[in-house]
Design a protein around this ligand. Structure first.
Ligand code: GUN
Ligand code: FE
Length: 429
């Protein structure tokens, strides 16, 4: 049999555009060498030699992309959800991240995280580690074993954080990144490194400058946090008084799009200037609605970002968000957009199911290349959703079944199969 070449049969849905779903009931999804060849009503002659798995009436959708989450924070999900960002970081997050100095602890925690992510509907993720290079390598080992495609970053921070997490100033912190990169270079097939200044307040100008040079030298992508919380934004203005906006701090050091592929989490309170700069430089925004509620950050103006043509995906931001579920994340994105429309700006109508599905698949997927749909030439990530337990009474069309799955996945949904870049991943170990 040709490797990673097969046909899946079922009720197949993917986003054609931001607001249009392609739905083919009892269709054939063709995968050749890990790449989709498209969805067909009748199986073309050229593909009849491939093995067919018939999933009956089940839904087949693209894999879901979590553009922002923290591996080490998986352990304390659900704690401190009555605090705002900066207090939550000091009270819960930094003390927990300090524990990853202990490699035995890291191993145990990251195995549990990677196993649960493997069993979830997430096929690709962009992940923060901690400042610890060796523990971050353990995180990468665990994620590689899961078969998911991920970017993973050793966090850089050299100021304004817990003493035992603070790295040596500028150059010393950069050396730790280089050492980590050296250890993981060429080691993985599915797991890639990403430069990870935690956020501007915990990075000195010297460190940001060094990271910018390293980005130019290596071409590595970048992830960080941006304009999440009002106190944080005021703090950035105090620390970097020369900056014209928060994003300008990263941009000044070459860590904000352009040649440097970049994803910034949150952007709840971005100014016009900041949003325009993200558009012009192709910076991705990871919208993390549950985290923005839990940490009282606010409601990100996603409708406006869509209208401006920014690159957008969704993130759980575990442990700012308490759940790994990207279904929950899509439903949350619809919900908070309704509050924005009702309470903030009545010209920004709420996001639709089609739009949040697009963000969780094609939107976030494009950070990984041709990922997130079943059109010819896209890497094939697919989920087979079993909604039998939620459709026993009543009758629903495929679109309705998909919409209900977003809201009911945790209660009644079952993931029957998962494919990442054409490889089938075990979901019920
Ligand atoms: N900003 C800086 N660090 C963090 C973090 O760990 N989580 C969130 N949500 N925001 C941050
Ligand atoms: Fe985060």
């Amino acid at each position: 049999m040709e490797k990673n070449s097969f046909v899946l049969r079922g009720n197949i849905c993917y986003s054609e555009t931001k607001d249009r779903l392609s739905i083919t009931d009892q269709g054939y999804l063709v995968c050749e060498h890990g790449i989709s060849r498209g969805v067909f009503r009748e199986l073309p002659e050229a593909f009849r030699h491939l093995p067919v798995t018939d999933y009956g009436e089940q839904l087949i959708i693209p894999g879901l992309v979590d553009l922002h989450l923290h591996g080490p924070q998986y352990t304390f999900r659900g704690l401190g959800m009555d605090l705002e960002l900066l207090d939550w970081l000091d009270t819960y997050t930094f003390p927990e991240e300090s524990r990853y100095e202990d490699l035995e602890y890291a191993r145990k925690a990251y195995q549990s995280f990677a196993r649960d992510l493997q069993e979830s509907a997430t096929t690709r993720a962009v992940v923060f580690g901690t400042v610890h290079g060796e523990a971050t390598e353990i995180l990468m080992d665990a994620l590689e074993g899961s078969g998911l495609q991920t970017y993973v970053g050793k966090v850089s921070m050299d100021q304004n954080c817990a003493d035992d997490l603070r790295e040596g100033n500028g150059k010393a912190a950069l050396e730790a990144v280089r050492k980590w990169l050296h250890r993981v270079e060429g080691k993985y097939e599915h797991t890639k490194p990403i430069l990870t200044p935690r956020f501007a307040p915990t990075c000195s100008e010297a460190l940001l400058e060094e990271l910018g040079h390293l980005q130019q030298e290596t071409g590595l992508p970048v992830q960080s946090h941006l304009s999440e919380n009002l106190s944080e934004i005021r703090w950035v203005k105090e620390l970097f008084p020369w900056s014209s906006c928060y994003g300008d701090v990263y941009d000044h050091f070459g860590l904000f799009g352009g040649e440097a592929k970049t994803v910034m989490a949150h952007c709840v309170h971005s100014t016009e200037e900041e949003a325009e700069r993200m558009r012009a430089k192709g910076v991705f925004i990871a919208h993390c609605p549950q985290s923005n509620m839990n940490l009282s950050s606010g409601i990100a103006p996603i409708r406006g970002y869509l209208e401006k043509g920014l690159s957008l995906g969704l993130g759980t931001d575990v442990a700012g968000g308490a759940n790994l579920s990207m279904f929950r994340c899509m439903a949350d994105a619809v919900n908070v957009s309704k509050l924005y429309w009702r309470l903030v700006d009545q010209t920004k109508h709420p996001l639709t199911m089609e739009e949040v599905f697009y963000l969780a698949t094609r939107g976030g997927g494009s950070f990984f290349g041709k990922v997130g749909c079943f059109e010819d030439g896209f890497e094939l990530d697919a989920l087979v959703l079993n909604d039998d337990a939620m459709t026993q009474v009543g009758s629903f069309c495929t679109r309705e079944r998909l919409e209900r799955y977003l809201y009911l996945a945790e209660e009644k949904g079952r993931l029957d199969a998962k494919y990442v870049a054409g490889n089938q991943i075990a979901v019920h170990p």
